[in-house]
Design a protein around this ligand. Structure first.
Ligand code: IPM
Ligand code: MG
Length: 357
């Protein structure tokens, strides 16, 4: 029987995860699965001293899919980088070999008024950021802080990409484009950085096997502008790790809230699903968090890891129905709508899923 590893993490992680679990429980009769829970991030540091303890690592390697909430918080801000909660997240991605992170952006018409962009700019906006996830300056060596003979300190990181790393992520983007509108826009900074010039060169080489796909390139600074200026021009946006991190937060705001976006990390034996937002410690435990990004991550899991696009579709329809009813968590609340808590939003989506069966 397939096993789902639940790692809720810190801050709002446990609250939003509860709602995702309730939604998944609706399908208990339809697909067989078990859920195992383990610690990650700050919660794991408190219990074991490590952000990615051995028992979590073992469970992750055995799991058929991993559902993750969020990690981090002010309590651990002063720890060395290698011991911080974020290290747990980076380590689980790396250990499972999840080099491709898919971050689909869709605009919910119910929330259009909440987007910072004018409604006409949001027409036909639907794109997926394919973010490389296990390379780049995030993992590049050497890294650190050195002190010279005069006691002066210098800090450094390395932006590095191997040919194989670029090829495999480019393939993911081109394959996905085949199932979409057949356009890939690759993001780099090839006018300045050798590693990024190499990125462009290898992406172009890989493109030769995909003559049916239209490939374009943008420098990352220009891309950050085009996301605002003409977001409907994008279909698949292929990015290195760091640029994808930055651009996906920017893109998320178009939809009205960072709290709405799910993601899937693939490329290994099993896949990991998490919302793109962080642990939001400032609002944790108050019922203010939006569980939709987490719940849609569970929907992506049903589609990609369990091959049940039908069930993922039911969840999406239930989210749409809750928004149609005017239900809004704090981050998307506006006049004339009904303000609900994290749990109430979860309940509405659970009811929607049950009604849709
Ligand atoms: C994300 C997050 C993480 C990242 C952090 C929490 C390590 O910002 O998933 O986008 O930088 O990848
Ligand atoms: Mg990020």
């Amino acid at each position: 029987m397939p096993n789902i590893l639940i790692v809720a993490g810190d801050g709002i992680g446990p609250e939003i995860m509860n709602e995702a679990k309730r939604v998944l429980d609706c399908f208990a009769g339809e697909i067989d699965f078990t859920m195992t829970e383990r610690l990650i991030g700050g919660a794991a540091i408190e219990a074991t001293g490590s952000p990615f303890p051995a028992e979590t690592q073992e469970a992750a390697q055995k799991a058929d899919a991993v559902l993750l909430g969020a990690v981090g918080g002010p309590k651990w801000d002063n720890l060395p980088l290698a011991e911080r909660p974020e290290k747990g997240l980076l380590a689980i991605r790396k250990t499972l070999g999840l080099y491709a992170n898919l971050r689909p952006l869709s605009i919910w018409p119910q929330l259009a008024a909440f987007s910072p962009l004018r409604p006409e700019l949001l027409q036909n906006v639907s794109f997926t950021i394919v973010r490389e996830l296990t390379g780049d300056v995030y993992f590049g060596e050497p890294r650190g802080v050195r002190t010279d003979e005069n006691g002066k300190r210098t800090a450094f990181n390395t932006m590095v990409y191997s040919e194989d790393e670029i090829r495999r992520i480019a393939k993911v983007a081109f394959d996905l484009a085949r199932k979409s509108r057949k356009k890939v826009c690759s993001i780099d900074k090839s006018n300045v950085l050798e590693s990024m010039r190499f990125w462009r060169e290898i992406v172009e080489e890989e493109h030769k096997a995909y003559p049916d796909i239209e490939l374009s390139h943008l420098y990352v600074d220009n891309a950050s502008m085009q996301i605002i200026r003409q977001p409907s021009s994008f279909d698949i946006m292929l990015t290195p790790n760091m640029f994808g991190d930055i651009l996906s937060d920017e893109a998320a705001v178009l939809s009205g809230s960072l709290g709405l976006l799910p993601s899937a990390s693939i490329g290994g034996k099993s896949a990991l699903f998490e919302p793109i937002h962080g642990s939001a410690p400032d609002i944790a435990g108050q019922g203010l968090a939006n569980p939709i990004g987490m719940i849609l991550s569970a929907a992506m899991m049903l589609e990609l890891s369990f091959d049940r696009a039908d069930l993922g579709g039911k969840i999406r329809a239930a989210v749409a129905a809750a928004l149609d009813k005017g239900l809004r968590t704090a981050d998307i609340a506006s006049e004339g709508t009904t303000r609900v808590s994290t749990q109430e939003m979860g309940t509405a989506i659970v009811e929607g899923v049950k009604a849709g069966r």
